[in-house]
Design a protein around this ligand. Structure first.
Ligand code: PLP
Length: 463
């Protein structure tokens, strides 16, 4: 590697660290469609949401006007334990690909939870504590969110119950043990501890569970327990807000070198890391200040944006949450027990859905084997063993860089490397053994999910 003007890794100084999160909705004309109370078919009020969520998070959720929202000093203190995260110029990957493109990635895996999820866990645990709550509940799919929230709950001194999707609970016993080490209680979902869990067990005996189902259980537990609220690790606007720390740090670092990306790529489960990575750049695009191409990447096995419907749907499979207008495969969609656990959610963030619908960002779906090809190439030259979720973004960043190789364009490509893959070695083993398969749902498979979308008043003109 020749000496280059832009260093391999860039970290912000303490003075440069963001003191505000970035609320992209301030620049979206009219924000996105409001949450709907399924009982009244009218927009949710703050009171509707207060039985489930923490007060401060609801205020952030409903804030469509303030571009900047202050990060409390106590959260910035906790952030010091794992931030800033490095912005890396991927010189080794560029060299391996022989591309004239410049490739950058923001690495969020340098904390024990192994992903970006700790950015929002820190904020949500802090707000729950500040409100005087005794405990919180949540679900976790692949386990990163449960771990992140367990760490944050330990830091702020809160009890936490984690409903963990049963397949992950069984496939990732060590992930569960990390969560327990930080003091949280882990329950495999579906469980017989809630009505929602018992109902699903009866309908689908032997099911490995799903995120939607675990959400139902965690929400039920929160609303039926005193001084307890539910917290969610993705999808909602306040989670995207907290994740904007990724994009803000990134932009400050790149601005130092006068670099504006031509393309920004991120993987999408519920849309929080991608929404956070692009936030300040998208804010500028919405004001006509840049022409960046934003690309969200989802697994072909769970293609909410590329094949879903833009309608009102429940956020969970037991139909207990408010209705959100989003791209969805149907709240009853049961994804194949394929890997990329963290990307197997039936819906998509309403902010990302609206931006996609309005043509401000693109989406692509990629197949699993090609994702792992990219993961392994990346691991060999850049050293980091990437999470399968993150590798969806690597795949598309590599494809774009190879396009540049063909055309000779020197595009600047930025992608989000959301986490590490140490707990995903069962998936890597499948890949190494040559037994990993791609699963792409047929239209008939998807129709079964679409049939579970509620046929209610607000959907009358949309379905
Ligand atoms: C949870 C997770 C994702 C997907 O979630 P988003 O809310 O879409 O960001 C991606 N990568 C990793 C490592 C994760 O843990």
């Amino acid at each position: 590697m020749a000496t280059k003007q832009i260093p391999y890794k860039t970290y912000l100084t303490e003075e440069e660290m963001p003191k505000y999160w970035y609320n992209v909705k301030a620049h979206m004309k009219g924000g996105h469609a409001p949450f709907i109370n399924p009982a009244t078919q009218k927009p949710c009020t703050k009171a509707d949401l207060q039985t489930v969520f923490c007060d401060e998070c609801i205020d952030q959720e409903l804030n469509d006007t303030d571009e900047l929202i202050e990060i409390p000093a106590d959260i910035r203190h906790f952030y010091k334990t794992f931030r800033p995260s490095p912005l890396v110029r991927a010189y080794f990957l560029e060299e391996m690909l022989g591309t004239p493109a410049e490739i950058y990635y923001k690495f969020e895996g340098n904390n024990t939870s192994g992903s970006h999820k700790l950015n929002s866990a820190a904020a949500q645990a802090y707000y729950a504590k500040k409100q005087g709550l005794k405990s919180i509940t949540t679900e976790t799919g692949a386990g990163q969110w449960g771990t992140a929230l367990a760490m944050a709950s330990a830091f702020y001194g809160l009890h936490l119950d984690v409903y963990m999707v049963k397949v992950s609970y069984e496939q990732k016993p060590f992930r569960k043990e990390v969560i327990r080490t930080y003091g949280a209680n882990v329950i495999p979902s579906p469980s017989d501890t809630t009505a929602a869990g018992r109902k699903i067990l009866k309908e689908f005996p032997g099911t490995g569970g799903s995120l939607g189902c675990a959400i139902s259980e965690a929400v039920e537990k929160a609303v039926s327990t005193e001084s307890c609220r539910y917290v969610l690790g993705s999808v909602l606007d306040h989670v995207l807000l907290h994740q904007s720390i990724i994009g803000l740090e990134c932009k400050t670092a790149l601005d130092r070198f006068g670099v504006t990306p031509d393309i920004i790529v991120g993987c999408m489960g519920g849309g929080s890391n991608f929404g956070g990575l692009i936030a300040p750049y998208m804010g500028e695009k919405l004001q006509g200040k840049n022409e960046i191409e934003f690309i969200g990447v989802e697994p072909a096995s769970c293609p909410s944006l590329t094949r879903g419907k833009f309608v009102y749907d429940y956020c969970d499979s037991a139909k207990t949450t408010p209705l959100a207008k989003m791209y969805t495969l149907g709240c009853g969609f049961m994804p194949s027990s394929n890997h990329a656990g963290g990307l197997r959610y039936h819906g998509m963030s309403p902010v990302i859905s609206q931006l996609y619908h309005d043509g401000y960002l693109n989406a692509v779906a990629v197949e699993q084997k090609k994702v792992f090809d990219a993961a392994v190439s990346f691991a060999k030259c850049e050293g980091i063993l990437p999470a399968p979720e993150s590798s969806h973004a690597i795949r598309v960043a590599i494809d774009k860089a190879l396009e540049c190789k063909r055309t000779g364009e020197k595009k600047k490509i930025l992608f989000g490397l959301t986490g590490t893959g140490y707990f995903d070695l069962a998936a890597y083993k499948q890949y190494n053994d040559g037994v990993m398969n791609d699963y792409i749902p047929t239209d008939a498979d998807l129709q079964k999910g679409f049939d579970t979308i509620p046929k209610c008043a607000v959907n009358e003109k949309l379905l």
